[in-house]
Write a protein that binds this ligand. Sequence first.
Ligand SMILES: [Zn+2]
Length: 172
Amino acid sequence: MEIVGFFFVLTAQIDDLLEQDLLFMRLALDNARVAEALDEVPIGAVVVFEGQVIATGYNRTRLDLDPTAHAEIVALRAAAKVLGNYRLLGTTLYSTVEPCAMCGGALVWGRVSRLVYGAQDERAGAAGSVLQVCANPLLNHRMEVKGGVMAEECRAIMQDFFRRKRAISAEG
Ligand SMILES: [Zn+2]
């Protein structure tokens, strides 16, 4: 009976985490849609601390004329202000797309504990696709990484965006 009970608890915890990951990824996707509405590449991010959303961000590089204004950086900056600390220990960052090398570096410098991302980025991903910045054994900080959460939706919004862009430039 004890063993059965143990497995039940373990399964329940895993389900809770998955549920949480889906919930927060949905919110990251909502942020990606805000970027899309502003004609920015639709990527969104959310920072969670102790089960609560403390910051959100979306890609706004064109809007801000800032090549560093990726969704993850925007969310990290806001989260650090909320926590009053440049180190974000115990936080989880959700991003609709696998972070690039710049954002992966920022996650390491911010001491983020966990990264959850949606779609892989085969061209620029730094959580293992092109580079491994987020969980690199040579660095003094590495985070737990989970990819592929709502990957289809996260990829679809990107593909639609670039398809529309190509159609517009073909027309013009
Ligand atoms: Zn980035």
